[in-house]
Design a protein around this ligand. Structure first.
Ligand code: MN
Length: 231
């Protein structure tokens, strides 16, 4: 097969302990999935789950033991961090029941759902799509994927992010409103999940702005850590 121009390379994430990499297909994100974060955004935390997407090439892939670099994006004065547990789908499917969901998971990673909050808030107010606030270039730093068998108890894992060594977000994945299995059930009712899909599972309270020169260090217990500089 030939193309009218060279197609972009497949975006991929390293897998801890393997030479082979995880090829990324789509990135789904769960909105407002920790009650205290829903409240800080002005909601009660008692709504059904909802989803948005980022393009796969929005990832800033951080190799094991490395520090990533993320450019401060255009058009914002309020660039927010959202630390998230990322679920990597290994086996696709549609209408997956929560009871069967965990066997579709390949592994887990630590990620940041970076947000141009001012643009997202404007979109909300005007009833417009969130893409400009959420799906921009370099909006999704991610660390290596830890395979399920090597991961800790991800249902009861501390999740945190520090900026320049100071705590910004610190919570526990047990506080997810819709847990991983339930999120997969809802998501796969709307889309047929495919191998390579990533799910950013939501962020706890404490979202706030970063500026150029800041260093973010985040983690999920049993999965690892992620370090990225805003440049
Ligand atoms: Mn998020």
């Amino acid at each position: 097969m030939s193309f009218v121009f060279t197609p972009p390379a497949t975006v991929s994430v390293p897998v801890v302990g393997l030479v082979e990499r995880f090829p990324v297909n789509r990135i789904y994100c769960v909105g407002r999935n920790y009650e205290e974060h829903a409240k800080e955004m002005g909601f009660t935390g008692r709504e059904p789950p909802f989803f948005f997407l980022k393009p796969a090439n929005a990832l800033v892939v951080i190799e094991e033991g490395q520090t990533g670099s993320m450019p401060y994006p255009s058009m914002t004065q309020n660039f927010h961090h959202e630390i998230e547990l990322v679920v990597a789908i290994g086996t696709g499917g549609k209408n997956i029941k929560a009871a069967d969901a965990m066997k579709h998971i390949y592994g887990y990673a630590v990620g940041l759902d970076m947000t141009r909050r001012d643009l997202q808030n404007e979109a909300k107010k005007l009833g417009r799509p969130w893409d400009i606030g959420k799906g921009f270039d370099h909006s999704a730093p991610i660390g290596p994927i830890t395979r399920v068998a090597d991961a800790g108890d991800i249902e009861n894992a501390e999740i945190y992010v520090q900026v320049n060594g100071q705590d910004r977000q610190r919570s526990d994945t047990s506080k997810l409103i819709w847990n991983i299995a339930e999120s997969i059930e809802h998501l796969s009712a709307a889309w047929e999940l495919q191998p390579g899909d990533l799910i950013m599972s939501g962020t706890p309270a404490g979202v706030a702005a970063v500026v150029a020169g800041d260093t973010l260090m985040g983690g999920v217990a049993g999965i690892g850590t992620l370090k990225v500089n805003v440049i």
